[in-house]
Design a protein around this ligand. Structure first.
Ligand code: NAD
Ligand code: UDP
Length: 338
């Protein structure tokens, strides 16, 4: 089976490509390189021992997508491509609707044209909005607090409508919690442009000396230590979840929403301590005001993924921090010691 990975040179796409190749799939990577670098392809060659086909294209280019699907004989698509910065989405909502919703629409039309009707979509726990109960299961009501989240909801709904209208379609919306960590080789990992918005890449940059100090957004939440709690999940587990979703969609048609989380929440301070263990030095930090729009706690009920996909997260926060640090040192040559 040949799988098209949109956003294939990005953080989660590149790890999934590696895991799919290991599982015996053929992959084609497509990306417009707006948030990733072509060097990832050489890194993937070292990881997989193969040169993976790559197409530089935008998912909004429908004719190109249809041609690629036909040329490579793709039977399914994993759709990672999209913009993902919450704050930016508030400032530039149209760019987010154009890229994420418009891009998915063009992709689905291209798939229809090429006769491909199986898609795994990168959704997010953000579709649950403010939690009404924890842990979050897939039956929890959905809502969106910002344009980024709204694009994820719109896309989920578009896929649901399509599957209802056309029984041949198969769609799995994988609702990721907080992906973290890197490939064990240290060759691929998360490499955001500029100052990171997310906790783990921020901690990594403070640990390597690229940024002076971590600002911890709030220490007065109703959590055990007052800092925000999230369900961090190793990116290699997320990648394995996609392999499981593809086999699931071979058996099951229709629309499915499935959480990819561990079921366990960790606070910002717990993540900081775990990273300090991994890098073996103290990481400068200071408490700051809460970040607007943040929630206190968010973690998954991962039971559905276990029952329908036969998938469970197996890696803990130590492995996330160790692999992120290995990747950081390998890619940036960081040598800082306490
Ligand atoms: P990423 O930015 O590293 O990867 C996305 C890739 O898509 C990038 O390589 C980018 O160049 C590409 N891209 C963007 N717009 C494109 C377009 N119009 N055409 C072609 N390529 C395009 O992000 P990631 O962390 O790997 O996330 C992948 C997906 O998972 C995204 O849809 C994101 O919203 C979703 N997601 C990520 C997280 C997370 O914490 N990383 C959490 C929940 C959901
Ligand atoms: N966080 C923080 N400092 C940062 C980035 C994040 O204290 O520089 C906190 C944030 O308030 C939240 C947790 O870390 O409690 C995870 O934030 P992230 O942006 O990574 O994920 P999300 O909030 O989208 O789940």
């Amino acid at each position: 089976m040949t799988i098209l990975l949109t956003g294939g040179t990005g953080y989660i796409g590149s790890h999934t490509a590696a895991v799919l190749v290991e599982a015996g799939y053929e992959v084609v990577l497509l990306d417009n390189l707006s948030n990733s670098r072509p060097e990832v392809l050489e890194r993937l060659r070292q990881v997989t021992g193969r040169t993976l086909p790559f197409v530089e294209a935008d998912v909004r280019d429908r004719p190109k997508l249809a041609a690629v699907l036909r040329e490579y004989g793709c039977t399914a698509v994993i759709h990672f491509a999209g913009l993902k910065a919450v704050g930016e989405s508030v400032r530039q909502p149209l760019a987010y609707f154009d890229n994420n919703v418009g891009g998915t629409l063009a992709l689905l039309q291209a798939m229809q044209e090429a006769g491909v009707a199986t898609i795994v979509f990168s959704s997010s726990a953000t579709v649950y909005g403010e939690p009404q109960y924890l842990p979050l299961d897939e039956a929890h009501p959905t809502s969106a607090a910002n344009p980024y989240g709204r694009t994820k909801l719109h896309i989920e709904e578009m896929l649901s409508d399509l599957c209802r209208a056309e029984p041949a379609w198969r769609a799995a919306c994988l609702r990721y919690f907080n992906p973290a960590g890197a490939h064990p080789s240290g060759l691929i990992g998360e490499d955001p442009n500029g100052v990171p918005n997310n906790l783990m890449p921020y901690i990594t940059k403070v640990a390597s000396g690229e940024l002076p100090s971590l600002g911890i957004f709030g220490n007065d939440y109703p959590t055990p230590d007052g800092t925000g709690v999230r369900d961090y999940i190793h990116v290699m587990d997320v990648a394995a979840g996609h392999v499981a979703a593809l086999s699931f969609l071979q058996r099951e048609a229709g629309w499915h929403a499935i959480n990819l989380g561990t079921g366990r929440g960790y606070s910002v301070l717990e993540m900081l301590r775990a990273f300090e263990q991994a890098c073996d030095h103290a990481i400068a930090h200071e408490f700051k005001a809460r970040r607007p729009g943040d929630i206190a706690s968010c973690y998954a009920n991962p039971a559905k993924a276990a029952s329908v996909l036969g998938w469970r997260a197996t890696r803990g926060i130590e492995e996330m921090c160790e692999s992120a640090w290995r990747w950081c040192r390998a890619s940036k040559g960081a040598t800082r010691s306490p």
